[in-house]
Design a protein around this ligand. Structure first.
Ligand code: GLA
Length: 389
């Protein structure tokens, strides 16, 4: 995205500046989770990174109490009067995210002024790359930064935005997405302990390989998916274990305890995924640190198998992309990323084979699903920030 063109686009939407008010510009990345799926709400380790695909935001203050919200990606525009109660409305679609941020900021005592806001994203929405977390973190950061705050605590920012997603959007997600968008660091992935929120940056150096993101182009809506059902199943396992030993999350439980105490086959498999995946994350990070890209890639593939067979969150499209990727020359590991049920998968592919890889995977995937996939070769960038425009 050309930032100057974005500013021109802002002027097209809202008119040229006649009040000498500055236009402030920002960028929030999407996130890709490298390994550690469906682990954040189970209190274990995840290993995400912030993506160069993301959402731009521009804003300019007004002299009244009205906030105008527009996006180049949608025709729906919404206007908010800061003096009126702010409530979720289905017909406000995407604008409910900024509305949630504005409401929660006001509830927390921030004094907000009227402004015009334009968003523009190159992140496919509903694709498992955290477009919703990017939008929430972006708008919250914009309003606070443009309001004069310079030392925004990014961990608090992530927690605040997770709360909005949980309470205003009523999506029961964990902390991983908001944390990645707020805390990303160029060329590093984040090893995050979702129980304590302690984290460590690890260089994401892949040598002769590249990270290829593969979009199934099958849309999924997190709120409508089986996400909450999986969370419920994990809580059910926790209740069973707590009859024998006090634990606060599933990642504190051993596989032996699951085999001993959990009799239901479905619950047993759900727990097996969570516990084995959590172990895989730590192993994967240590292999990456030693430069063992092949070992890291193997664990990615094992993660996918576990999400397919034990956690059952993949489906035809994701499985087909991953299986075809793994059959293709140059690919050393692949898995779904994000919540699953559609969205994106990732693959580690020899950089000099990427063009042939895309053609071969796309062809076989289309034969099976009648959908055309999309590919993005990702770079890893910093978290949300103000940019010059
Ligand atoms: C979604 C949620 C995250 C996380 C992933 C699965 O992206 O928003 O909190 O649970 O699914 O790992």
């Amino acid at each position: 995205m050309d930032v100057l063109r974005f500013k021109d686009r802002f002027y097209e939407e809202y008119g040229e500046d006649d009040s000498n008010q500055t236009v402030h510009c920002f960028f929030a990345p999407g996130r890709v989770n490298l390994i550690g799926e469906h682990i954040d709400y189970n209190g274990g380790y995840v290993f995400p990174a912030a993506l160069s695909l993301g959402i731009y935001g521009a804003m300019r203050f007004r002299s009244d109490n009205v906030i105008q919200l527009k996006s180049t990606n949608a025709s729906l525009a919404v206007t908010i009067d800061l003096k009126q109660p702010i409530i979720f409305k289905t017909e406000d679609g995407w604008a409910n995210y900024p509305k949630g941020a504005i409401k929660h900021l006001l509830d927390d005592g921030y004094s907000l002024k009227g402004c015009e806001i334009l968003f523009s994203g190159n992140l496919p929405d509903g694709a498992g790359l955290s477009s919703s977390a990017a939008l929430l973190v972006l708008v919250t950061f914009m309003l606070r930064y443009a309001g004069g705050e310079r030392n925004i605590d990014r961990v608090e920012l992530a927690k605040f935005c997770q709360k909005i997603e949980n309470q205003f959007m009523r999506v029961n997600c964990g902390i991983m997405d908001q944390f990645s968008v707020a805390m990303g660091k160029q060329d590093y992935a984040i090893l995050l302990d979702c129980d304590t929120l302690q984290y460590k940056y690890t260089p994401f150096a892949l040598g002769e390989y590249s990270l290829v993101i593969m979009n199934t182009n099958k849309k999924r809506e997190l709120a409508e998916s089986k996400y909450n059902q999986r969370r419920g199943e994990c809580e059910a396992v926790l209740d069973i274990i707590n009859q024998h030993r006090q634990v606060t999350n599933l990642c504190q439980v051993s596989l032996l305890e699951i085999d001993t105490y959990v009799k239901d086959d479905v619950l047993q498999r759900r727990a097996r995924h969570v516990i084995s995946e959590n172990n895989r994350v730590l192993l994967a990070v240590s292999l990456l640190e030693q430069g063992d890209i092949g070992g890291f890639a193997d664990l990615m593939t094992q993660s996918h198998i576990s999400l397919k067979d034990d956690y059952e969150v993949t489906g035809l499209e994701l499985d087909s992309l991953v299986e075809n990727a793994l059959k293709t020359r140059g690919c050393i590991g692949a898995r779904m990323t994000g919540a699953g049920f559609g969205g994106c998968a990732i693959a580690l592919v020899a950089t000099d084979q990427i063009d042939a890889f895309k053609v071969a995977v796309a062809q076989r995937y289309e034969e099976v699903t009648n959908l055309r996939p999309e590919f993005y070769v990702a770079s890893i960038v910093d978290g949300v920030k103000a940019i010059d425009c």
